[in-house]
Design a protein around this ligand. Structure first.
Ligand SMILES: Cc1cc2nc3c(=O)[nH]c(=O)nc-3n(C[C@H](O)[C@H](O)[C@H](O)COP(=O)(O)O)c2cc1C
Length: 325
């Protein structure tokens, strides 16, 4: 069980870094790929914003060197804008795969009828998928949830609709919109979807260890696993998943010093793209994630929100590297 195909595109492995707005920037995606993620997906990109193609939108569409194939995600709810935005997103990024976000639960997104709100409008969702599939010549994938809430869990019909509309693969996050990110992800729903469609199914929700990655593959029969929060500050999880799937022992995490070097490298990569100031502001949460579980970091963590420069970062990392962990 090595890789699998989405349309004609080969994915060389089974463990994919989830798209996460404000988190999975080009720098972090590069690190994830180097640590063994089979694929990475851009942060979600507004097709409204793509009409204007501001600097920020272009930045979101910039792929890391290791992202082969590249995979970008768009959101919106106007079929014509989505088709046009999909073309623009591929032109700018050069990606080989395009994902449509039909799962985002954020109030500001669903208010506009986008993201998971589309699960309440399956006809419109279908129109969007058809329009995008027709507009582009790369495989189109769709990421969605179980449904809007406990009383409207339409994931099975939605999955079948997406397949019939031309989706080349689907990702199911086993939660309803109402659950946001709380409660337990329903892996059984993913298993049902896997049995109901013949396109690849990517299972998502609550995987934060190599063992859980095996468990979700086993429980769902899915073709691949998408990992979100579990990989934050822990891109080595992908290598651990790969090893366990290959029947090898799970490699231990690298020593703390090495992990901190990786964190620093990620911030250097981010600074190359966005400049030191923005990179440092956005890096604060990543540093906290890299330090998670390391004992004796309370004082250091209090200083994270003050980090503004590499000079300050290096002083902090030097102190952190002295800890056990
Ligand atoms: C901060 C944050 C940002 C996210 N941004 C996106 C996004 O841009 N597109 C998307 O499809 N899902 C997004 N998600 C959802 C994740 O991709 C994933 O489906 C979810 O976190 C469940 O997986 P996990 O349990 O492995 O974290 C986001 C989640 C979080 C916590």
């Amino acid at each position: 069980m090595t890789g699998f195909c989405i349309g004609q595109v080969n994915i060389d492995g089974r463990f994919i870094m989830a798209p996460m707005a404000g988190v999975t920037d080009r720098a972090f995606r590069q690190i994830c790929r180097e640590c063994g993620a089979a694929a990475t997906i851009s942060e979600m990109i507004s097709t409204q914003a793509l009409l204007f193609q501001d600097k920020k939108t272009r930045e979101l569409l910039s792929l890391a060197p290791a992202e082969k194939p590249g995979w970008v995600q768009i959101f919106g709810s106007n079929p014509a804008y989505m088709a046009d935005g999909a073309k623009k997103a591929l032109d700018i990024s050069g990606a080989q795969l395009l994902d449509i976000n039909m799962g985002c639960p954020a109030p500001k997104i669903v208010k506009g009828g986008d993201g998971s709100a589309l699960m309440c409008q399956p006809k419109l969702a279908e129109e969007i998928i058809r329009a995008v599939v027709q507009a582009v010549d790369v495989p189109v994938t769709v990421k969605f949830r179980k449904g809007w809430d406990a009383d409207s869990q339409n994931y099975l019909d939605f999955a079948k609709m997406a397949e019939a509309a031309g989706a080349a693969a689907i990702t199911l996050h086993g939660r309803t919109r109402a659950q946001m990110y709380a409660g337990k992800a329903d892996w059984d729903a993913i298993a049902q979807v896997k049995r109901a469609v013949s396109i690849p199914v990517i299972a998502n929700g609550d995987v934060d260890s190599a063992q859980k990655a095996m468990d979700i593959l086993q429980a769902t029969g899915a073709d691949a696993v998408m990992i979100g929060r579990g990989a934050l500050g822990n891109p080595w999880l992908f290598g651990q998943c790969n090893a366990l799937l290959a029947g090898e022992d799970i490699p231990p995490l690298p020593p703390l010093r090495e992990r901190l070097e990786t964190a620093r490298r990620q911030i250097v990569l981010a600074a190359e793209q966005k400049g030191e100031h923005i990179a440092m502001l956005q890096a604060r949460k990543h540093i906290a994630w890299y330090l998670k579980g390391v004992r004796g970091t309370k004082k250091l963590k209090a200083g994270i929100s003050e980090l503004n420069s590499f000079e300050e970062l290096d002083a902090m990392l030097t102190e952190a590297a002295k800890l056990e962990g």
